[in-house]
Ligand binder design. Structure first.
Ligand code: MN
Length: 303
């Protein structure tokens, strides 16, 4: 067993998206190799409808998958295939854009004016970039939750974990997407297969994500051990933790416990040509996508 080192811990950045949605971006639009097969992660938790209700009006996607996980409030959704629906608290929508979809995503919040949720973008390999668009909508009650003796709770959204299998299937990036809550002071180890790229996103409480061979008692400290930067940071609200190679991670929950997403996937390792919500392999394919949008053939059925 080898512990994955923390190679970076950073705060999500305030970002304006869509028609004026104030969100926090953990990563995206920078180095697409960093967390390949994942391209972007947005945290759209907000407590004021004025800052989210303008939403994400009609826009295209091609070449990627978008994964929306709602914690509180409702997101209204409609698309060029004629689908309409509402994503409620605890639900997940996994959208495979494939060769093209136009959709709008409108956060409505809840009665208290809160909107809490996340959107992850997963890349598609070249062989699947022009596949048929597809949706997998998963209601909250379809997501299995496993509870350990120490009170640790894990919602299995995608992939297999502690004998449970998440409801979303057949995804190119072969992801594992877990929502993990650990009680105060509890230390846990989670196995992540070596071939995966992995990150955690802390969104409630605090934890130390550390190399188990190192003491975890000293917190809020960064130090260099040999060639490896080992960040033993009490990572708080809205923090991205990027892991290096190894086959497990350890987490020591802080005094209020911690809740975080643990997400990993198999890298695709292909060239990335990125134009907003369209992510292809080459600039020619980007030009084609833009021409298809102009010509009205972007969402045409396959021949
Ligand atoms: Mn979208």
């Amino acid at each position: 067993m080898s512990i994955r080192p923390v190679v970076e811990a950073r705060s999500a950045k305030p970002t304006l998206e869509g028609a004026g949605v104030h969100l926090h971006r953990a990563f995206g639009f920078q180095d697409p190799t960093e967390l390949d097969p994942f391209l972007l992660f947005d945290d759209f938790r907000n407590e004021d409808p004025a800052y989210f209700q303008k939403g994400f009006p009609w826009h295209p996607h091609r070449g990627i998958e978008t994964i929306t996980y709602v914690l509180a409030g409702t997101v209204e959704h409609s698309d060029s295939l004629g689908n309409t629906g509402k994503l409620g608290a605890g639900s997940v929508q996994w959208m495979t854009a494939g060769r093209g979809i136009l959709h709008q995503e409108m956060p409505l919040g809840n009665a208290k004016g809160q909107m809490h949720g996340f959107q992850l973008w997963g890349n598609l390999p070249s062989s699947m970039k022009m596949t048929d668009p597809r949706y997998q909508d998963v209601a909250a009650q379809e997501i299995p939750e496993v509870i350990d003796d120490d009170g640790t709770r894990v919602k299995v959204i995608v992939g297999e974990f502690w004998g449970k299998k998440g409801p979303v299937e057949g995804i190119a990036a072969d992801p594992q997407y877990l929502d993990i809550s650990i009680p105060a002071g509890v230390k846990k180890t989670f196995r992540i297969d070596t071939y995966r790229r992995a990150f955690a996103y802390v969104f409630e409480g605090q934890a130390a994500f550390a190399d188990a061979s190192q003491p975890t008692g000293v917190l809020l400290e960064k130090e260099v051990m040999g060639q490896e930067v080992n960040i033993r940071d009490m990572s708080g609200d809205r923090t991205l933790i990027r892991f290096g190679t190894g086959d497990e991670i350890t987490v020591q929950a802080g005094p209020e416990g911690v809740r975080f997403l643990l997400i990993s996937g198999a890298p695709i390792e292909e060239p990335v040509a990125w134009h907003g919500p369209i992510v292809m392999n080459t600039q020619d394919e980007i030009r084609q996508a833009i021409a298809d949008l102009r010509n009205g053939t972007f969402v045409a059925p396959a021949h």
